[in-house]
Design a protein around this ligand. Structure first.
Ligand SMILES: [Zn+2]
Length: 245
């Protein structure tokens, strides 16, 4: 639930302050509900995707993932990283700090570039873009019912019209342009906090661009569009140093 925050100016504004965005935000679903929703979504995803059993690749993802998670503005849940065993350029985030990276993307990136992709996804978590996206698509009442276990069976879920197809569509649906710029800004900030060169954010974009030739648009670009504009914005942020915490 949101709370009323009385600022020093005496003005009341609705919501809680989010250090990632610098704004007061009203989010209806609680952290507990968001984590439970992420577990529900994972059920569907684990039916659709094969998770990698490669221990070296998983260790690389966990090491870089936890390193970037440790510098996130949001620490009210545990971040979890999953490696999907598919040769696709893709990565996405679901509620509750669950980040999925595809081997096809990870294998093409250096450690620093992979850290920057993870920092971007963690940025979506910290700015609560993911929670808001699911909240507005599914509705607060539905999420509340899910969390209370009132919609448990598959048939009930069908009735509630969250078919696995709808969840898969939501997983790959895009964020707003503003959310993408914000996640990029946070990626640069978290790279700096973790002691990495923030230029790796641009390096990762260049890898995506290089692999986006031909008729096949990488999946990650469907959910994270406007690549050229974002490269320009990130270059500007790094040059002006306007991303310091
Ligand atoms: Zn994004």
């Amino acid at each position: 639930m949101g709370m009323i925050v009385i600022g020093s100016s005496g003005c009341a504004s609705l919501g809680t302050f989010n250090p990632a965005t610098g704004r007061n935000e009203l989010l209806l679903i609680s952290t507990y509900q968001e984590v439970a929703l992420g577990q529900e979504v994972h059920q569907t995803l684990s039916e659709q995707y094969q998770l990698s059993t490669d221990s070296a690749k998983n260790a690389r993802l966990q090491r870089l993932g936890q390193q970037m998670a440790s510098v996130s503005d949001r620490q009210d849940y545990q971040y979890t990283f999953f490696l999907v065993d598919e040769d696709q350029l893709n990565a996405f985030t679901t509620p509750g700090g669950r980040i999925y990276v595809f081997t096809g993307l990870m294998d093409r990136l250096t450690d620093e570039q992979l850290a920057s992709v993870l920092a971007h996804e963690i940025g979506h978590c910290a700015a609560k873009h993911t929670a808001k996206k699911y909240q507005s698509a599914l509705g607060y009442n539905l999420i509340g019912s899910l969390v209370l276990g009132q919609i448990a069976s598959d048939s009930a879920r069908q009735l509630a019209s969250i078919s696995s197809g709808a969840i898969m569509q939501l997983v790959s649906s895009s964020y707003s342009r503003r959310d993408e710029y914000e996640a990029d800004r946070l990626a640069v900030k978290y790279m700096q906090r973790a002691g990495y060169d923030p230029k790796a954010v641009i390096g990762a974009f260049e890898v995506l661009k290089a692999n986006s030739g031909g008729s096949q648009i990488p999946l990650i670009l469907r959910s994270h569009p406007y690549l050229d504009d974002r490269i320009t914005a990130v270059k500007q942020q790094i040059a002006t140093g306007s991303v310091q915490p």
